[in-house]
Design a protein around this ligand. Structure first.
Ligand code: PXP
Length: 257
Protein backbone atom coordinates (compact mmCIF):
# COMPACT_ATOMS: atom_id res chain seq x y z
CA UNK A 1 0.00 0.00 0.00
CA UNK A 2 1.44 3.40 -0.89
CA UNK A 3 1.53 6.34 1.47
CA UNK A 4 -1.15 8.12 -0.53
CA UNK A 5 -3.43 5.08 -0.44
CA UNK A 6 -2.99 4.91 3.31
CA UNK A 7 -4.12 8.54 3.63
CA UNK A 8 -7.33 7.58 1.83
CA UNK A 9 -8.18 5.07 4.61
CA UNK A 10 -8.96 8.03 6.86
CA UNK A 11 -12.71 8.14 7.29
CA UNK A 12 -14.88 10.79 5.68
CA UNK A 13 -15.25 12.83 8.87
CA UNK A 14 -11.44 13.12 8.84
CA UNK A 15 -11.15 11.52 12.27
CA UNK A 16 -7.76 9.91 12.90
CA UNK A 17 -7.47 6.14 12.98
CA UNK A 18 -7.35 4.45 16.40
CA UNK A 19 -4.52 2.06 17.20
CA UNK A 20 -5.21 0.27 20.48
CA UNK A 21 -2.19 -0.52 22.60
CA UNK A 22 -2.92 -3.74 24.50
CA UNK A 23 0.30 -3.93 26.55
CA UNK A 24 -1.61 -3.59 29.80
CA UNK A 25 -3.69 -6.68 29.17
CA UNK A 26 -0.34 -8.47 29.28
CA UNK A 27 0.66 -6.46 32.38
CA UNK A 28 -2.33 -7.94 34.22
CA UNK A 29 -1.41 -11.45 33.09
CA UNK A 30 2.26 -11.04 34.07
CA UNK A 31 1.26 -9.78 37.54
CA UNK A 32 0.28 -13.38 38.35
CA UNK A 33 2.41 -15.28 35.86
CA UNK A 34 -0.66 -17.10 34.52
CA UNK A 35 -2.10 -17.48 31.02
CA UNK A 36 -4.99 -15.00 31.33
CA UNK A 37 -6.13 -12.46 30.30
CA UNK A 38 -5.01 -13.19 26.75
CA UNK A 39 -3.57 -10.22 24.78
CA UNK A 40 -4.42 -12.11 21.58
CA UNK A 41 -8.11 -12.35 22.53
CA UNK A 42 -8.02 -8.67 23.52
CA UNK A 43 -6.53 -7.70 20.15
CA UNK A 44 -9.27 -9.57 18.27
CA UNK A 45 -12.01 -8.02 20.42
CA UNK A 46 -10.58 -4.52 19.86
CA UNK A 47 -10.65 -5.12 16.12
CA UNK A 48 -14.27 -6.29 16.27
CA UNK A 49 -15.14 -3.14 18.22
CA UNK A 50 -13.65 -0.93 15.51
CA UNK A 51 -9.96 -0.50 16.30
CA UNK A 52 -8.03 0.33 13.13
CA UNK A 53 -4.83 -1.27 14.34
CA UNK A 54 -3.16 -3.03 17.27
CA UNK A 55 -0.06 -1.68 18.98
CA UNK A 56 2.25 -3.69 21.24
CA UNK A 57 5.58 -2.81 22.81
CA UNK A 58 8.05 -5.67 23.17
CA UNK A 59 10.28 -4.25 25.88
CA UNK A 60 13.80 -5.49 26.42
CA UNK A 61 12.85 -6.56 29.97
CA UNK A 62 9.67 -8.33 28.69
CA UNK A 63 7.67 -6.80 31.53
CA UNK A 64 4.35 -7.19 29.70
CA UNK A 65 4.24 -8.40 26.07
CA UNK A 66 6.20 -11.64 25.55
CA UNK A 67 7.82 -12.86 22.33
CA UNK A 68 5.13 -15.51 21.80
CA UNK A 69 2.43 -12.79 22.01
CA UNK A 70 4.09 -10.86 19.20
CA UNK A 71 4.11 -13.85 16.84
CA UNK A 72 0.55 -14.91 17.66
CA UNK A 73 -0.93 -11.41 17.42
CA UNK A 74 0.89 -10.81 14.11
CA UNK A 75 -0.57 -14.03 12.75
CA UNK A 76 -4.15 -13.58 13.96
CA UNK A 77 -5.10 -9.93 13.62
CA UNK A 78 -6.66 -8.66 10.42
CA UNK A 79 -5.89 -4.95 10.85
CA UNK A 80 -2.34 -3.60 11.05
CA UNK A 81 0.21 -4.44 13.71
CA UNK A 82 2.34 -1.60 15.04
CA UNK A 83 5.29 -3.10 16.92
CA UNK A 84 7.04 -0.67 19.27
CA UNK A 85 10.66 -1.51 19.93
CA UNK A 86 13.93 0.04 21.07
CA UNK A 87 16.42 0.32 18.19
CA UNK A 88 18.57 -2.64 19.26
CA UNK A 89 20.01 -5.54 17.24
CA UNK A 90 17.86 -8.06 19.16
CA UNK A 91 14.64 -6.20 18.31
CA UNK A 92 15.65 -5.70 14.67
CA UNK A 93 16.01 -9.47 14.25
CA UNK A 94 12.59 -10.10 15.81
CA UNK A 95 10.89 -7.38 13.74
CA UNK A 96 12.40 -8.67 10.49
CA UNK A 97 11.07 -12.14 11.29
CA UNK A 98 7.59 -11.02 12.40
CA UNK A 99 7.23 -8.37 9.67
CA UNK A 100 4.61 -6.13 11.33
CA UNK A 101 3.02 -3.50 9.10
CA UNK A 102 4.61 -0.77 11.24
CA UNK A 103 7.58 -0.63 13.57
CA UNK A 104 7.63 2.36 15.91
CA UNK A 105 11.07 3.05 17.35
CA UNK A 106 10.98 4.32 20.93
CA UNK A 107 13.62 5.14 23.53
CA UNK A 108 13.67 2.66 26.39
CA UNK A 109 15.05 2.85 29.92
CA UNK A 110 14.80 -0.10 32.26
CA UNK A 111 13.75 1.90 35.31
CA UNK A 112 10.96 3.87 33.62
CA UNK A 113 7.29 3.11 34.29
CA UNK A 114 6.45 3.95 30.67
CA UNK A 115 8.16 5.58 27.68
CA UNK A 116 9.23 8.94 29.11
CA UNK A 117 10.24 11.03 26.14
CA UNK A 118 10.73 11.02 22.39
CA UNK A 119 13.75 9.54 20.63
CA UNK A 120 16.80 11.77 20.29
CA UNK A 121 16.93 11.22 16.54
CA UNK A 122 19.22 14.16 15.80
CA UNK A 123 21.88 12.55 18.02
CA UNK A 124 21.90 9.22 16.17
CA UNK A 125 20.85 10.03 12.60
CA UNK A 126 23.44 7.77 10.94
CA UNK A 127 22.61 4.79 13.18
CA UNK A 128 18.84 5.22 12.75
CA UNK A 129 19.11 5.69 8.97
CA UNK A 130 20.88 2.34 8.72
CA UNK A 131 18.40 0.71 11.14
CA UNK A 132 15.41 2.05 9.17
CA UNK A 133 17.00 0.85 5.91
CA UNK A 134 17.08 -2.68 7.29
CA UNK A 135 13.41 -2.50 8.30
CA UNK A 136 12.47 -1.08 4.89
CA UNK A 137 14.39 -3.92 3.23
CA UNK A 138 12.14 -6.34 5.15
CA UNK A 139 9.06 -4.49 3.83
CA UNK A 140 8.22 -2.79 7.14
CA UNK A 141 7.11 0.84 7.46
CA UNK A 142 8.81 2.83 10.20
CA UNK A 143 7.53 5.44 12.60
CA UNK A 144 9.69 7.38 15.09
CA UNK A 145 8.38 8.50 18.49
CA UNK A 146 9.33 12.18 18.79
CA UNK A 147 8.81 15.13 21.07
CA UNK A 148 7.00 18.03 19.36
CA UNK A 149 10.28 19.62 18.27
CA UNK A 150 11.28 20.81 14.78
CA UNK A 151 14.91 19.61 14.99
CA UNK A 152 13.78 16.08 15.84
CA UNK A 153 11.10 16.10 13.14
CA UNK A 154 13.64 17.19 10.52
CA UNK A 155 15.98 14.45 11.75
CA UNK A 156 13.18 11.87 11.35
CA UNK A 157 12.72 13.00 7.75
CA UNK A 158 16.49 12.84 7.18
CA UNK A 159 16.44 9.20 8.39
CA UNK A 160 13.69 8.37 5.83
CA UNK A 161 11.04 7.54 8.42
CA UNK A 162 7.56 6.96 6.95
CA UNK A 163 5.84 8.49 9.97
CA UNK A 164 6.43 10.28 13.23
CA UNK A 165 4.44 9.70 16.38
CA UNK A 166 4.26 12.92 18.39
CA UNK A 167 4.64 12.35 22.14
CA UNK A 168 1.54 13.75 23.87
CA UNK A 169 2.69 12.85 27.41
CA UNK A 170 3.43 16.42 28.56
CA UNK A 171 -0.01 17.55 27.31
CA UNK A 172 -1.67 14.68 29.20
CA UNK A 173 0.31 15.30 32.39
CA UNK A 174 -0.55 19.00 32.43
CA UNK A 175 -4.22 17.99 32.18
CA UNK A 176 -3.91 15.58 35.11
CA UNK A 177 -2.28 18.36 37.14
CA UNK A 178 -5.25 20.58 36.17
CA UNK A 179 -2.81 23.18 34.83
CA UNK A 180 -4.88 24.63 31.99
CA UNK A 181 -2.21 27.13 30.91
CA UNK A 182 0.45 24.44 30.62
CA UNK A 183 -1.94 22.08 28.86
CA UNK A 184 -2.85 24.74 26.28
CA UNK A 185 0.84 25.49 25.74
CA UNK A 186 1.54 21.78 25.18
CA UNK A 187 -1.43 21.53 22.81
CA UNK A 188 -0.01 24.44 20.82
CA UNK A 189 3.40 22.75 20.64
CA UNK A 190 1.77 19.62 19.24
CA UNK A 191 -0.31 21.64 16.74
CA UNK A 192 2.82 23.49 15.63
CA UNK A 193 4.79 20.24 15.35
CA UNK A 194 2.08 18.72 13.14
CA UNK A 195 2.05 21.83 10.93
CA UNK A 196 5.85 21.82 10.74
CA UNK A 197 5.93 18.15 9.78
CA UNK A 198 3.43 18.77 6.96
CA UNK A 199 5.44 21.76 5.74
CA UNK A 200 8.75 19.88 5.81
CA UNK A 201 7.50 16.70 4.12
CA UNK A 202 3.94 16.29 2.88
CA UNK A 203 4.35 12.50 2.57
CA UNK A 204 5.31 11.98 6.21
CA UNK A 205 2.42 10.48 8.20
CA UNK A 206 1.77 12.12 11.56
CA UNK A 207 0.62 9.98 14.47
CA UNK A 208 0.35 10.92 18.13
CA UNK A 209 0.02 9.16 21.43
CA UNK A 210 0.82 8.73 25.10
CA UNK A 211 -1.43 9.52 28.03
CA UNK A 212 -4.50 10.09 25.86
CA UNK A 213 -7.88 9.53 27.51
CA UNK A 214 -11.55 9.96 26.60
CA UNK A 215 -11.35 13.37 28.30
CA UNK A 216 -8.27 14.80 26.59
CA UNK A 217 -8.24 13.05 23.20
CA UNK A 218 -10.57 15.29 21.24
CA UNK A 219 -8.29 18.33 20.98
CA UNK A 220 -5.50 16.10 19.66
CA UNK A 221 -7.82 14.27 17.24
CA UNK A 222 -8.89 17.61 15.77
CA UNK A 223 -5.36 18.69 14.85
CA UNK A 224 -5.00 19.04 11.11
CA UNK A 225 -2.96 16.26 9.52
CA UNK A 226 -3.06 13.72 12.37
CA UNK A 227 -3.31 10.26 10.82
CA UNK A 228 -3.53 7.86 13.78
CA UNK A 229 -3.66 7.95 17.57
CA UNK A 230 -2.19 5.13 19.64
CA UNK A 231 -3.95 4.73 22.95
CA UNK A 232 -3.41 2.10 25.63
CA UNK A 233 -3.43 2.67 29.37
CA UNK A 234 -6.57 4.79 29.73
CA UNK A 235 -8.52 2.62 27.29
CA UNK A 236 -7.65 -0.59 29.14
CA UNK A 237 -8.52 1.19 32.42
CA UNK A 238 -11.93 2.12 30.92
CA UNK A 239 -12.39 -1.54 29.99
CA UNK A 240 -12.29 -2.51 33.67
CA UNK A 241 -15.57 -0.67 34.14
CA UNK A 242 -17.28 -0.88 30.74
CA UNK A 243 -15.68 -3.81 28.93
CA UNK A 244 -13.16 -3.66 26.11
CA UNK A 245 -15.70 -3.38 23.31
CA UNK A 246 -17.37 -0.31 24.85
CA UNK A 247 -13.99 1.19 25.75
CA UNK A 248 -12.90 1.07 22.10
CA UNK A 249 -16.25 2.40 20.86
CA UNK A 250 -16.33 5.24 23.36
CA UNK A 251 -12.73 6.24 22.60
CA UNK A 252 -13.60 6.41 18.91
CA UNK A 253 -16.67 8.50 19.74
CA UNK A 254 -14.57 10.85 21.90
CA UNK A 255 -12.16 11.32 18.98
CA UNK A 256 -15.04 12.31 16.68
CA UNK A 257 -16.94 14.79 18.83
N1 PXP B 1 2.75 5.50 21.75
C1 PXP B 1 3.96 5.09 22.19
C2 PXP B 1 5.14 5.25 21.29
C3 PXP B 1 4.11 4.49 23.46
O1 PXP B 1 5.32 4.07 23.88
C4 PXP B 1 2.96 4.30 24.26
C5 PXP B 1 3.07 3.62 25.59
O2 PXP B 1 3.46 2.30 25.39
C6 PXP B 1 1.73 4.73 23.75
C7 PXP B 1 1.65 5.34 22.51
C8 PXP B 1 0.45 4.55 24.50
O3 PXP B 1 0.48 5.32 25.65
P1 PXP B 1 -0.67 5.14 26.72
O4 PXP B 1 -0.56 3.73 27.23
O5 PXP B 1 -0.32 6.17 27.76
O6 PXP B 1 -1.97 5.40 26.04
Amino acid sequence: MTTMQQHSTKNSANTPLLGVNIDHVATLRQARGVSYPSPVAAALLCEQAGADGITIHLREDRRHIQDADVYEIAEKITTRLNLEIAATAEMLAIACEVKPYWVCLVPEKRAELTTEGGLDIAEQTAYLTEYINELHAAGIKVSLFVDPDETQIQAAIDCHADAIEIHTGAYAEAGLAEDVTAQNAELQRIQQAAATAQRLDDKLLINAGHGLTRDNVNAIAQIDGIYELNIGHALIADAVFMGLEQAVKQMKAAMRK
